[in-house]
Design a protein around this ligand. Structure first.
Ligand SMILES: NC(=O)c1ccc[n+]([C@@H]2O[C@H](COP(=O)([O-])OP(=O)(O)OC[C@H]3O[C@@H](n4cnc5c(N)ncnc54)[C@H](OP(=O)(O)O)[C@@H]3O)[C@@H](O)[C@H]2O)c1
Length: 335
């Protein structure tokens, strides 16, 4: 196996002083890979030099990943404090955050997490492998008082030492403003969809100006995402002529150009793959051959506002369309 000196991977210092590697391994297999395959890839990734793993209870593979984490610790490949591990509370556990985090810790065989996120700002959930029309009978819009009850439990977790940092995922500017107004402990990170065709510049700038760092998910445009997250209008980042032409010049896959762009833009990136050659190309890609200023400028111009993970399965009865989840006119849709 080809290895990377993990010391060469850039890191970002969060507002509270914690330090996170800018590339992590995604572990959501988009319903394409089983838990053992993903866990095996996590082991290879750590052996290769990855020091950041993005987990979630809903990915249904934390037990398997926990078993390989134990192996790499026992074998002395890495020490616990040399690796960043994120997990997320799933939507059906917003009232049981502490219990959920404890279960994740048990599954991952850890004493603490580096980062625990509220996966979505809605308590609505969907069964695994469901289709796009699946709706939960009692789904509700965003209710700020309820989100704050969830957030207070997140704050307790940090005070209890079960996680070093807490953060959010899939937030919008209006929701984040309310959270910042009412929280006692600020989120240090928001995890959100970002790829060249969906740059979310306004939210990105808002977060950065409030001292909140950004983890960009689906950084390659999630080419193997589940059927429920595909619509005919979706565009394909890794086929964009600008990305393809830079990739040809640098002799890398267009996926690697997306990752270089992400890191140079100042975000943390968490690509998914279980394939050893891609794992290697991805981590190598972010430490070698940076994009030029012109490349960065050209990529900034190909944003198409193409959200891929629209979240239709989280809609409530009276919601009209997936746009209602994302506060597009600056207001929270709460009916
Ligand atoms: N917070 C949230 O709500 C949320 C939502 C979605 C995702 N996430 C996180 O973000 C992670 C990444 O997102 P994602 O899995 O949706 O999409 P992604 O990372 O954009 O795309 C993953 C796909 O890209 C391909 N790929 C990876 N590296 C490649 C390379 N060097 N060359 C060519 N193809 C390459 C892989 O193909 P192969 O399968 O062939 O390897 C893989 O299927 C997830 O695993 C999860 O941890 C979080």
């Amino acid at each position: 196996m080809q290895k990377i000196d993990c010391g060469k991977v850039p890191k970002i210092t969060l507002s509270n002083g914690s330090v996170i590697p800018v590339i992590g391994m995604g572990t959501f297999g988009s319903d394409n890979y089983d838990a053992h395959t993903i866990a095996k890839a996590v082991k290879s990734g750590i052996e290769m030099g990855y020091r950041h793993i993005d987990c979630a209870s809903v990915y249904d593979n934390e037990k398997e990943i926990g078993a390989v984490l134990k192996e790499v610790f026992d074998d002395g490949i890495v020490k616990r404090d040399e690796i960043w591990i994120t997990s997320k509370v799933w939507n059906d556990k917003h009232n049981n955050v502490i219990e959920s985090c404890k279960q994740t810790l048990k599954d991952l065989q850890l004493e603490y997490l580096d980062l625990y996120l509220v996966h979505w700002p809605f308590p609505n959930f969907h069964p695994p492998r469901c289709d796009v029309n699946t709706r939960q009978e009692n789904a509700v819009p965003y209710i700020h008082e309820n989100y704050m009850k969830t957030w207070e439990q997140m704050e307790s977790l940090q005070k209890m030492g079960l996680t070093k940092n807490i953060g959010t995922s899939n937030m919008t500017i209006p929701k984040m403003k309310l959270l910042l107004r009412d929280c006692n402990i600020k989120p240090v990170i928001n995890e959100m969809e970002i790829h060249p065709h969906f740059q979310q510049q306004e939210l990105f700038d808002f977060l950065k100006s409030n001292g909140i760092e950004v983890i960009g998910y689906s950084p390659i445009g999630s080419p193997k995402r589940p059927e429920r997250d595909r619509t005919p209008e979706d565009t394909v980042d890794i086929e964009d002529p600008v990305i393809v032409s830079i990739a040809r010049r640098l002799n890398v896959h267009p996926a690697v150009v997306c990752l270089k762009w992400a890191v140079q833009r100042g975000q943390i990136t968490i690509p998914f793959t279980v394939k050893e050659d891609k794992l290697y190309n991805n981590i190598k890609g972010i430490i070698e051959d940076p994009l030029t200023d012109d490349d960065m400028l050209n990529i900034s111009k190909i944003d198409k506002g193409n959200r891929l993970i629209k979240g239709q399965v989280f809609l409530w009865k009276t919601a009209e369309s997936w746009e209602d989840l994302w506060d597009l006119d600056g207001k929270i849709k709460n009916n």
